[in-house]
Design a binder for this molecule. Structure first.
Ligand code: GLC
Length: 756
């Protein structure tokens, strides 16, 4: 009764929906009733108090809602709280305009999936879309309308902690993931039901290119690199219909993205035709005073003029736009345009018809963290793991004997989730020990010891385990911890070393200069290896690490990223062979930090090192290490082996308006079925600008039974060969092209064709 009455009240107080029930008519009518202050209020996004994702807090939220000074709230969890905030807006404000509720649901809501870097490592777009679909189902069941995802920043520097949140170093793969996630969240972009949420592609633009991998740092790159190597994933998300875009903190061409009209209007709106709205990142407007662009009033006016529609937490719009209008520094049309876009989003969500549409308490009780969602998350987590080494087939383990599970990541619930698990219940995930006990069954004895703390330095550990993700630092000495571990190891037939990064060692404001497994954990690993028992390293990480010593000394290494709420069982599924791992890296693992940035789609330079050579004077190389990564882009092993043969092209020439078919035969030479990601790379041998030595232009994940073969084909079209030239024209240039096909970016078979 109450809901119907409120909806009626709302409609009575607003203009009667015009005959065409048109969105534009409704919004224009509403705009015509609004004061300047109320329009500005619709551009102000506040942070709730349930958790913090930035360094400033919003205040007096209820009062500002009543005064029409808030358009939406994020960082608030729970349908009851959301309903109450919405009630204040639609009952106590003058025009009763509903609020929009957002949240960082970036790899699941309460059912948590692997971090996005892990999700991308599945190379399975259907699985990625499904993860976003489930995230939308659960978040919308709890009152959320809008997620600040997908994060699509290309990242080539693993010192940057936010590499965890994206899809790695390649734009082709990044674009595919972006589209899958937008579709998973938004469906057909109509929001007729209440189980879809609006996406927000971020961080536009180039945030992943922060110098030295230090968060929020300067970004500076040529526009040719920008458009050939970084911008496509944002464009792909916009073309997929992303309803909003988030501006990045960093500057581009010397102007912070938040005030960069070329980025926000010329490119995003006038070239890519974004229809939705643009929100800043957390205090992104206010931070432009620190960038040195002006005082709060100046930077707020510049942001509005650049094309920003919504101010996240700065309250720069709220506190200065009216004054700037009076001073003629901005126009009412600019405010109307921004307000129109925000109101359209609320209209599309159906919030004017029913502001409580997403506040279905029954859904909140029945559709969140369900066994079905968790089962899917466990399957996807297992698919995200990357088998980096498996000497002498140490893996899979047998479900028998005694297994010692040792390490600071063996007995944690919260740290298995990964960064940005803001809406998860940190107490819910199973620990790795529990997961292995569940999967290994009654014939296996699992013993546990922590073995070491996360890091020698207590303060470093504290900085790395914030926001409730504690590892309960053990006050025993390193020696005492080690002795406990060795005593557990002594009882075991095989040792599982659960080591690596805590979940908050990656993500925002979590850059690192040393990418080794932390000191005390390495000491532990060396001691475990000295026992002479088989050691399997289960590596938890939010980024590529430098594992040169481990690759040389540890028989088996399984990279499990931070696999989400169901990771423990998933790790068991893979370790005991119930699932054959098939994940492939989407970011290069360097041999050491000195090689960074190190990425597969690099340029040849004028002095390339000859193939297979380690060093040659006067060539582009180092004195102390070769140019090769430890593990290349696209790399990942399986419990079986795949052989590539018979790479063919339908022709050795291609017309500018034609296409070619590339084919390859992949054979499963092992004893068990498995999935393989067949990758297609192309090299433009000559261009009017320098071109990368290879670029991913196709991939297909195939499942092949033991002993079977499959022929995989790829269509090579002119669009795959285009690039931005010196004048930023998107061109196709004739010449020779190499087609390379393989199971990673290094081990490929090559064939050439000529484009006429
Ligand atoms: C943070 C992040 C951004 C996030 C936003 C809201 O600072 O940069 O990714 O969506 O604030 O939490």
């Amino acid at each position: 009764m109450k809901k119907t009455f409120l909806s009626l009240l709302l409609l009575c107080s607003l203009p009667v929906l015009s005959q065409d029930n048109g969105q534009d008519t409704f919004v224009q009518n509403l705009l015509s009733q609004m004061t300047l202050e109320e329009k500005i209020g619709q551009l102000n996004l506040s942070a709730g108090e349930d958790f913090s994702t930035g360094q400033a807090q919003s205040t007096n939220i209820a009062g500002k809602i009543k005064n029409g000074q808030i358009t939406g709230i994020f960082n608030i969890k729970g349908v009851d709280k959301i309903r109450e905030m919405q009630r204040i807006a639609v009952e106590e404000s003058r025009l009763k305009i509903p609020l929009i509720f957002g949240m960082d649901v970036i790899h699941g809501y309460e059912t948590v999936f692997p971090i996005p870097l892990g999700l991308a490592s599945t190379w399975n777009m259907e699985a990625i879309e499904q993860s976003a679909r489930i995230a939308a189902l659960e978040a919308s069941a709890d009152g959320i309308h809008w997620t600040f995802s997908p994060m699509v920043d290309i990242a080539r520097d693993p010192r940057w902690g936010r590499i965890a949140e994206g899809s790695g170093e390649d734009p082709f793969l990044g674009g595919a993931v972006a589209q899958a996630m937008v579709k998973g969240y938004q469906g057909d972009n109509t929001y007729t039901g209440n189980d879809r949420i609006m996406a927000c592609v971020k961080h536009y633009a180039l945030y992943g290119a922060s110098e030295a991998g230090r968060d929020y740092n300067t970004v500076d790159m040529s526009r040719i690199r920008m458009f050939n190597e970084y911008m496509y994933p944002y464009q792909a998300a916009v073309e997929a219909g992303a309803e909003s875009v988030m501006a990045s903190f960093n500057e581009v061409d010397g102007v912070p993205a938040t005030a960069n009209k070329w980025l926000m209007t010329d490119i995003l709106r006038n070239t890519w035709h974004l229809k939705g709205f643009i929100v800043t990142d957390y205090t992104g407007i206010e931070e432009m005073t620190a960038h040195g662009i002006g005082d709060l009033q100046t930077v707020s006016a510049r942001a509005l003029d650049a094309g920003i529609d919504m101010d996240m937490v700065s309250e720069g719009f709220l506190s200065t736009l009216a004054q700037s209008f009076k001073e003629g520094k901005i126009t009412e049309e600019q405010i109307n345009t921004a307000c129109y876009r925000v109101l359209v989003a609320k209209y599309k969500l159906g919030l004017f018809t029913d502001p409580y549409k997403f506040c279905d308490t029954q859904r909140a009780k029945t559709q969140i963290y369900t066994p079905e969602h968790r089962s899917i998350a466990r399957k996807i987590a297992a698919e995200s793991f990357v088998l980096l080494k498996n000497a002498d087939d140490v893996l899979p383990l047998k479900k028998q004997g005694t297994i010692a599970v040792i390490g600071p990541m063996a007995n944690t619930r919260s740290n298995i989730l990964g960064a940005w698990s803001v809406s998860a219940d940190l107490s819910k995930p199973a620990t790795l020990v529990e997961g292995l006990k569940e999967v290994s069954g009654k014939n296996t004895r699992i013993v546990y010891a922590k073995g070491s703390n996360l890091t020698e330095d207590a303060e470093y550990e504290k900085r790395s385990t914030g926001t409730g993700h504690t590892l309960y630092r053990d006050n025993q000495t390193n020696e005492q911890l080690l002795n406990e571990a060795l005593s557990a190891a002594q009882k075991a037939d095989v040792i599982v070393a659960a080591l690596g990064e805590a979940s908050e060692m990656s993500g925002e404001s979590s850059s690192r200069t040393d990418l080794n497994i932390p000191d005390v954990q390495q000491d532990l690993l060396k001691a475990l290896l000295k026992t002479g028992k088989p050691v399997v390293l289960v590596l938890f990480t939010g980024r590529p690490l430098t594992l040169t010593w481990e690759q040389e000394n540890v028989p088996a290494i399984l990279n499990v990223w931070h696999g989400g709420s169901e990771a423990a069982g998933a790790i068991g599924d893979v370790l005991f062979g119930d699932v054959n791992p098939g994940g492939k890296l989407v970011a290069t693992f360097p041999k050491n930090v000195g090689q960074i940035p190190l990425y597969y789609n690099h340029k040849n330079t004028g002095r390339p090192l000859p193939e297979g050579k380690w060093f040659e004077k006067y060539r582009s190389n180092y004195l102390d290490v070769d140019n090769e990564p430890l593990y290349p882009f696209g790399y990942g092993l399986s419990y079986t082996q795949f052989e590539y043969s018979d790479v063919k092209l339908s022709s050795s020439t291609m017309e500018a308006n034609g296409n070619l078919t590339a084919s390859v035969t992949v054979t499963n030479k092992g004893q068990r079925a498995g999935a393989e990601v067949v990758q297609l790379y192309i090299r433009d041998r000559e261009g009017s600008v320098t071109r990368p030595v290879k670029e991913l232009k196709g991939f297909e994940k195939v499942f092949i039974e033991a002993g079977q073969s499959k022929e995989i084909t790829f269509q090579i079209t002119p669009g795959l060969l285009k690039f931005y030239n010196y004048h930023l024209e998107y061109v196709l240039e004739p010449g020779e092209f190499d087609v390379m096909i393989g199971g990673n970016s290094r081990d490929v078979k090559t064939i050439r064709f000529t484009l006429h």
